[in-house]
Design a protein around this ligand. Sequence first.
Ligand code: E4P
Length: 215
Amino acid sequence: MKFFIDTANLAQIKEAQDLGILDGVTTNPSLMAKEGIKGEKNILKHYVDICKAVTGDVSAEVIATDYAGIVKEGERLAKLHKQIVVKVPMIKDGIKAIKYFSEKGIRTNCTLVFSAGQALLAAKAGATYVSPFVGRLDDVSTDGLQLIEDIRIIYDNFGYETQILAASVRHPMHIIECATIGADVVTCPLNVILALLKHPLTDIGLAQFLADAKK
Ligand code: E4P
């Protein structure tokens, strides 16, 4: 399973890359705003900086919501760097644009996916990745992981190659469950990746070994 980091923070991206387990980055307009990246020129430069900091795919989201606008913005983003994946919202014009991009060989990540029907449309349009938001479904008392399971079954039934990118992943158990179900990718903040390292028995065992080593 691939690990993507869900941030636009360069220091955190570099820290995850240094760990040696990072496969890519996802961003969204809220994450860019959180880093104070403003203005088209700065935003485009920041995407290139992220691409230079990692070896894998970097999702860059379009702001346009009409077909012509999504196509124009997506083509511009894709030209920025070979690692860029154009992130397109799950709306009618978004699906049309994903189909267009897929025929042009431009890779896409269909975002804001909250149902199996939406994921089916994304796959049929030829999305490279589909991003179901696990945590945001959990937030409204709906089982986000059940959606990942349903999409896995549907994609396997028909051999769709669209990769399931479990997004809005909030804690280590989300990651474990996604791996068990067979999500292709998880994207989450650095602290969630680092939380996988932790076990009190590891800490207790290591302290004991170090103490015994001194004897
Ligand atoms: C990634 O593609 C999503 O934009 C992100 O995972 C959303 O996460 P959140 O629900 O924690 O904001």
